[in-house]
Design a protein around this ligand. Structure first.
Ligand code: SF4
Ligand code: SF4
Length: 325
């Protein structure tokens, strides 16, 4: 599968209301651009943005929230989320399940967010969106070009823009802890953007989608898959990595991104064991040999049928000649 030249990452899809493009300010901002904004319990709209909202969770969000709530990942997913498709692709993910009555986030109270210090990535971005365009180098040794910029999302109900406090985008992002989240989510977002750039003509099998969902939402399960299936018989993983991913969830998460990039898009980073490579090559060779044999048999059959047709045609012509005489 060949990779498209442009991969754009726009983390804006993690949080959406009724998507109104006019809320996106048409100005490209940098880390040094200024923003006049503040959000705190005194604003008249406090917690308005925690209702009627779609908040997509990244694997890191799930990991942090389920630790905060001290429940296993699968229980968190079952209780607090519902399925969604990620960024108009066929890749399955989860979003926060809003309450039936008020369409509110289950973590919001009149006093504010009950998981504030561990709130999801999407809740940290607003009102500053980020777009990140990557252009793969056309020559082998060419460094890929990157163009990262920011933009404001200004929604009518949000009164934070009327507050006098000013920040640079850099200061705002540091205050919200966005930089850390960007680092944690980067490779996962890249998988989704890669999928998006391939379009639907490239199909992803149901098994691949299931694996993506499992690795993205349930690291406990993914760890079992690594250590309790035939995974380690097939892949070469050095001892240092194995020691790390055994106990460290963040390391395991990064490893899962590498595994997904390798299995879904053929990216480098994971090596199949020598013996297994040979077995795979032999399997492909055997399949090719069998199809070659089959093609040869088909060819000989067609040749024999044609010879038979020509023989009987000649026979008919000879008989016809004889009767004319
Ligand atoms: S997680 Fe917290 S900040 Fe985010 S929507 Fe829910 S209550 Fe609001
Ligand atoms: S709507 Fe804006 S100001 Fe109001 S709580 Fe949400 S982010 Fe803060």
């Amino acid at each position: 599968m060949s990779e498209n030249k442009d991969v754009d990452m726009d983390s804006d899809f993690l949080k959406t209301t009724d998507k109104n493009p006019s809320n996106i300010m048409p100005e490209k901002l940098t880390l040094d651009s200024h923003l006049q904004f503040e959000c705190y319990p005194g604003v008249s709209c406090f917690t308005a943005c925690c209702h009627n909202i779609k908040i997509v969770l990244t694997p890191y969000d799930i990991l942090i929230l389920r630790k905060r709530l001290e429940i296993p990942a699968h229980e968190f997913v079952l209780q607090y989320t519902e399925p969604t498709l990620l960024e108009r692709t066929d890749m399955p993910g989860v979003q926060i399940k809003l309450t039936e009555d008020k369409k509110a986030c289950p973590f919001v109270t009149p006093e504010g967010c009950t998981v504030y210090s561990d709130r999801p990535t999407a809740c940290r971005y607003y009102p500053v969106g980020m777009a990140d365009f990557h252009e793969a180098g056309s020559e082998e040794n060419e460094t890929p070009k990157e163009d990262k910029f920011f933009f404001l999302v200004k929604e009518d109900h949000c009164k934070g823009f009327d507050e006098p406090k000013t920040w640079t985008i850099r200061e705002w992002r540091a205050d919200q802890g966005v930089d850390v989240r960007d680092e944690m989510n980067k490779e996962w977002l890249r998988l989704i953007m890669r999928r998006k750039s391939y379009g639907f003509q490239a199909s992803l099998s149901d098994a691949a989608k299931r694996m993506f969902f499992m690795a993205s939402t349930d690291l406990d399960h993914f760890r079992k898959f690594i250590f309790e299936s035939s995974f380690l018989d097939t892949y070469e993983v050095d001892k240092e990595t194995l020691d790390k991913i055994k106990d460290d969830d963040v390391e395991l998460m990064f490893f899962s991104f590498k595994y997904l990039a390798n299995t879904l898009f053929g990216a480098e980073g994971l090596k199949i064991k020598e013996g297994k490579v040979m077995a795979k090559v032999q399997e492909i060779q055997q399949r090719q040999d069998e199809s070659l044999k089959k093609a040869e048999q088909d060819y000989l059959k067609i040749k024999a049928e044609r010879a038979e047709r020509e023989r009987s045609k000649k026979e008919e012509e000879d008989t016809l000649k004889k009767t004319k005489k």
